[in-house]
Design a protein around this ligand. Structure first.
Ligand SMILES: Cc1cc2nc3c(=O)[nH]c(=O)nc-3n(C[C@H](O)[C@H](O)[C@H](O)COP(=O)(O)OP(=O)(O)OC[C@H]3O[C@@H](n4cnc5c(N)ncnc54)[C@H](O)[C@@H]3O)c2cc1C
Length: 398
């Protein structure tokens, strides 16, 4: 394995943010951003580029560099290509679960190759009937004769599912929802690529069926019935990654908009001279600062092991994803017709930004979670649970 070239393994707290950003930024500018439209068009990130990410030490960042560095890395990758960031997100979620709750046998087999990026992970929670409400999971795992488990179910919208080697799967067992690590070559597992998505088109998304997949006992993460708690922990990592990647989209929209506003003339002047254009650029620049500051705060709290990071991550994800959609809408507006075409990357930012408001807990779910936290913190009664509503403010909802 080539040593990490751009992603530092020095703990984030020892390095300032600009130093953490320099390596990933250079790689993204030189290697990723110039190819991202082509990846999107081909609906695929090719294998050789996944290997390049491994050579940069990016796949193992959730374990190796500290959480501020992880966030900065995911912002920079998200600035260049949301599909690549999405693949890093779900891999990091699976790797985090393996590291934190995996059995000795699973850690022995998977931890090093997953950290180095020789093996990739994915996250399988959503089902046809279970989206925001993870307690509705219908996949089942029952004890197999002679030991282990038999897994049956249907998972949808699995980012990286077409390519992943190890799947983090949530299924119902006798004691509630449980989490399992399932090698993708397990007999009975089939995957079907999903094409024609609005955004993150190159993220190798698939739907996956499990038909009597036999799993060894050590495939279970933590204890039986711990699935909801494990999902909450893993989704916190995923949200932080998506929040950071959304900041990257805002930055990309601002950069493209400033460039266009300072080169395109209409009415005899550069369009950047028009105050209505300036207003859109101001909104992007201000939301960028605010969302980046919230991500940084969430990352620092994670490094400090402070549980307040959970609601701070919800806040960061909420503001960053809403800001990304707004910035992308305005970036297309500033670019006029060219922004509506494949001529400009802003069309891709627009499509990708919408996905950010849906994944890892939709904007509505973040609104519910943040409000529940505020009401509880103020000593008020928690709102009565409704069907499909999140049961806890701590992010147990996808
Ligand atoms: C590109 C893409 C990649 C994805 N990758 C993955 C992946 O890797 N792994 C995975 O498991 N899943 C993945 N997903 C699925 C994603 O997590 C779900 O789409 C998301 O959780 C929302 O679920 P849903 O689509 O079923 O919508 P629903 O839950 O049916 O929600 C529909 C609408 O109702 C709103 N809503 C739902 N509940 C509430 C409530 N309590 N209060 C207020 N409003 C509510 C939602 O905000 C939304 O607007 C992906 C989705 C996309 C689009």
């Amino acid at each position: 394995m080539t040593p990490a070239a751009t992603f530092s393994a020095t703990p984030s707290s020892d390095v300032d943010e600009a130093a953490l950003r320099a390596g990933p930024r250079a790689f993204v500018d030189a290697e990723l951003a110039p190819r991202a439209d082509a990846f999107d068009e081909a609906a695929e990130i090719p294998e050789w580029f996944l290997t390049s990410l491994a050579e940069q030490g990016m796949w193992g960042a959730v374990r190796t560099g500290g959480m501020v560095a992880f966030g900065v890395l995911h912002e920079e990758v998200g600035r260049g290509c949301s599909s690549a960031r999405s693949l890093l997100t779900v891999h990091s979620m699976a790797l985090y679960a393996l590291d934190r709750w995996g059995s000795a046998a699973m850690r022995e087999r998977w931890l090093d190759p997953m950290t180095e990026g020789g093996r990739l992970g994915a996250f399988c929670l959503t089902e046809p009937g279970a989206g925001s409400d993870i307690t509705a999971v219908a996949a089942t795992a029952r004890p197999a004769p002679g030991g282990g488990w038999l897994l049956d179910g249907h998972k949808k919208w699995v980012t990286g599912g077409e390519r992943a080697d190890l799947l983090l799967v949530f299924a119902r067992t006798e004691r509630g929802v449980s989490a399992f690590l399932v090698p993708a070559d397990t007999p009975g597992l089939t995957r079907t690529p999903v094409r024609g998505l609005l955004g993150t088109r190159a993220a190798l998304t698939a739907e996956i069926r499990f038909d009597g997949c036999r799993l060894p006992a050590e495939a279970l993460l933590g204890a039986e019935g711990m699935g909801t708690a494990i999902a909450a922990g893993v989704l916190d990592i995923g949200r932080y990654s998506v929040a950071s990647g959304s900041v990257g989209i805002v930055q990309a929209c601002l950069d493209a908009s400033v460039h266009h506003a300072t080169t395109r003339r209409q009415g005899g002047v550069l369009i950047g001279r028009h105050q209505l254009i300036q207003k859109m650029i101001t909104e992007m620049a201000v939301n960028l600062r605010a969302a980046r500051a919230l991500c940084l705060r969430a990352g620092r709290l994670k490094e400090a092991g402070d549980p307040a990071t959970i609601v701070e991550t919800c806040a960061a994800k909420y503001l960053a994803s809403v800001s990304a959609m707004r910035a992308a809408t305005d970036a297309v507006q500033i670019h006029g017709a060219s922004g509506c075409s494949a001529e400009r990357s802003v069309a891709r930012y627009f499509r990708d930004a919408k996905i950010m408001e849906i994944i890892e807990g939709s904007s509505q779910i973040q609104e519910v979670l943040i409000a529940q936290h505020a009401l509880t913190a103020a000593g008020g009664a928690r709102p009565a649970a409704r069907a499909g509503a999140p049961a806890a403010p701590e992010g147990s909802t996808a």
